[in-house]
Design a protein around this ligand. Structure first.
Ligand code: PLP
Length: 468
């Protein structure tokens, strides 16, 4: 076949597997002439099959440059619109530790200018470690969400005394009382009286103060930040603009008794195109509209433009990692003639826990090899635990993957956007091992975390090798 023809075909395959598309966050992914998945860092290219051959499966592959580009782009975008629209407040992005606590993720984000958000004492302990190792510029800011146990508050106080700018976000009356004498800045979390049309639209939100209650409290010592976190996987511009407008009204009210209040923290919730089916909102026009609304509302109410804090989590971490599995076996599905089970060596319960629990989200799948085959198979995927729920049927629909044939018996499954929450939500059901973590950066491929061994797993459950 001539070169041009191969080029054209590869382009079609790329499109078919939804690779190389900005709006799906797959712009770094491509297919090589052998039909294998490659990931491009500038002009460098990682072949995923090389990683499979060297490290086996189950494996997570993290690309720090994807995370870094996303952090840099968003900070630049906010700063650009702040300038264009002559907005007087500043923008701060805080890396959400709970979305991925791996050192390999956190450090590059900080190096690109991220501040930090933690949700527990144990996450804050990691910040303490970095502080003790003098890894921080003293200007870094840390917001603390989540219920404040004594251990958590003691650590907050300790780090403040060590000179860290640390802002506990007060969520209830107990915390308000406990932090009355705190010498640093504090924030409060409000449960905004409005709903947005997104994944997390619970009728009763158990986080934060109601608006009315907050206004009644009046003066809060050292209050500098008003915080809300209204949703996750929010796919509409309105879902960001509406709450921001409402928060600025409240900010203006609270500012009367709390003149030092100068920041609105709009939490997390930016959607990730997990399914790669529909068009996502443009971050550019979202940022434009948010700054416009913040400006217009504050001008209307005659208050200073607040600084804006962003705590998007999965938006940054999810697209910077993929997960690799081996297809172990295929099997007929009862009397369904056109669809087959593909069994994988990992599990939807232990590795891709959101399939089944918290967000119940769908995933985009491709293969690491045979991406240029016309012979495709409709499949349902089955995980390796003995649980009947350990499966992925695309809600009764199907996933299209390369057919397993005699000439191509080995097939490796790739799942996209697995970099947020899955590792910590994951578990050891049926004592399956946690996957290995491989990191690709600057042309180098490194094993960062080994796959859990039977010995390590045994130890967790008290099997130390002595059988008494
Ligand atoms: C979880 C969480 C976030 C991040 O949410 P995403 O949906 O991952 O963007 C941000 N802020 C707070 C307070 C959170 O609890």
């Amino acid at each position: 076949m001539d070169k041009n023809k191969i080029k054209k075909q590869t382009k079609n395959w790329k499109k078919f597997w939804k690779l190389g598309e900005d709006e799906f966050n797959t712009q770094y992914f491509d297919i090589n002439a052998n039909g294998e998945l490659v990931v491009k860092e500038g002009y460098y290219q990682y072949n995923i099959m090389d990683i499979v051959k060297k490290y086996g499966t189950t494996t997570e592959v993290f690309f720090p440059f994807i995370l870094e580009n996303r952090v840099r782009d968003l900070i630049e975008l906010f700063n650009a619109y702040i300038k264009i629209l002559n907005y007087k407040g500043r923008f701060y992005y805080h890396y959400v530790m709970k979305s991925n606590q791996h050192r390999e993720f956190v450090l590059p984000a900080i190096a690109e200018g991220a501040h930090i958000e933690v949700s527990s004492a144990n996450e804050l302990f990691l910040v303490k470690r970095m502080l003790e190792q003098e890894k921080f510029n003293h200007k870094i800011r840390v917001t603390c969400n989540g219920p404040k146990t004594d251990q958590y508050i003691n650590l907050i106080e300790e780090l403040r005394e060590k000179g860290l700018i640390i802002i506990p976000i007060i969520e209830n009356r107990g915390e308000l009382e406990r932090l009355k004498k705190f010498k640093g800045e504090v924030g409060v979390r409000v449960n905004l009286d409005l709903k947005v049309d997104a994944h997390w639209d619970k009728k009763y939100n158990h986080f934060g103060f109601d608006e009315e209650e907050l206004v009644k409290i009046g003066k809060i010592r050292n209050l500098s930040m008003l915080h809300y976190h209204i949703s996750t996987q929010n796919e509409k511009i309105e879902g960001f603009v509406k709450p921001l407008k409402r928060a600025i009204e409240l900010y203006a009210k609270l500012k009367e008794q709390n003149p030092a209040l100068d920041t609105v923290n709009f939490g997390g919730g930016m959607a990730v195109p997990y399914e790669k089916k529909k068009k996502m909102i443009s971050v550019k026009s979202l940022v434009n509209q948010m700054i416009k609304v913040a400006k217009k509302e504050s001008d209307k109410l005659g208050v200073k433009h607040p600084n804006l804090v962003c705590e998007w989590g999965s938006y940054f971490t999810a697209p910077s990692q993929i997960s690799l599995f081996k297809v172990l076996e295929e099997k007929a599905i009862g009397n369904k003639t056109d669809t087959k089970w593909y069994f994988i060596d990992g599990s939807f319960i232990t590795n891709l826990t959101d399939t089944w629990s918290v967000v119940r989200h769908k995933w985009h799948f491709a293969a690491a090899n045979h991406l240029n085959t016309r012979r495709l198979q409709k499949v349902w995927l089955a995980g390796s635990t003995c649980d009947a729920d350990d499966r992925y049927t695309a809600s009764g629909n199907y996933v299209l993957l390369p057919k397993i044939t005699e000439d191509s018996p080995d097939l490796y499954l790739v799942v996209f956007d697995t970099g947020s929450y899955q590792y910590t939500l994951g578990n050891n059901h049926c004592l399956l091992s946690k996957p290995a973590l491989v990191v690709c950066q600057n042309g180098e491929v490194k094993l960062s975390r080994k796959r859990q061994t039977p010995e390590e797993l045994g130890k967790i459950f008290g099997w130390n090798g002595e059988h008494k």
